[in-house]
Design a protein around this ligand. Structure first.
Ligand code: THU
Length: 157
């Protein structure tokens, strides 16, 4: 028997430490929270994806009275990007949220498991690592790839 450890490298930055490109995407994610439709949870999430054609696609969570019919910000953004720009590769992703108090979450907001799985497929289509920025009021996490958020992923059958 042997044991292995799977580690996730995370850069922890303040907003002021972001590069121009990172800050621009975080700002887009923050702005896209305005499109959230959250009458049930009141937890409002925005996601922004920069594509290699220069376009930034955004999304926000859309809830539904039949709860599972709603979708998260990340999937609304990545499915729109895939449908609208099928030949463009993802370059970077940023996720931002306002908590139920209406204020930016103090800690970085991380995507749910289903969104990690969905985003991973676009990273695989891009054939390169797609960094993910998780926004928080007190600090931001920058992960080197979607894969680093989803170790031991299901990728083929
Ligand atoms: N949600 C997202 O949009 N993205 C996340 O990363 C976590 C959760 C949404 C789903 C639902 O509308 C609300 O937040 C509460 O779970």
């Amino acid at each position: 028997m042997k044991e292995v450890e799977i580690l996730t490298p995370v850069q922890v930055k303040s907003y002021n430490e972001l590069t121009d490109g990172e800050r621009e995407l975080v700002d887009a994610a923050r702005a896209s929270i305005a499109g959230a439709y959250t009458p049930y949870s009141h937890f409002r999430v925005g996601a922004a994806i920069r594509l290699d054609n220069g376009v930034v696609v955004t999304g926000a969570n859309q809830e539904n009275v039949a709860f599972p019919s709603g979708t998260c910000a990340e999937r609304s953004a990545c499915f729109y990007a895939g449908a609208r720009y099928p030949d463009a590769a993802f370059e970077m992703i940023a996720i931002s949220a306002n908590g139920t108090d209406g204020k930016p979450t103090p800690q970085p907001t991380a995507p749910c498991g289903a969104c990690r799985q969905a985003l991973l497929e676009y990273e695989m289509r891009a054939r390169h690592h797609v960094p993910v920025i998780l926004d928080g009021r007190d600090e931001l996490y920058i992960l080197p790839s979607v894969a680093s958020l989803l170790p031991l992923a299901f990728t083929e059958f």
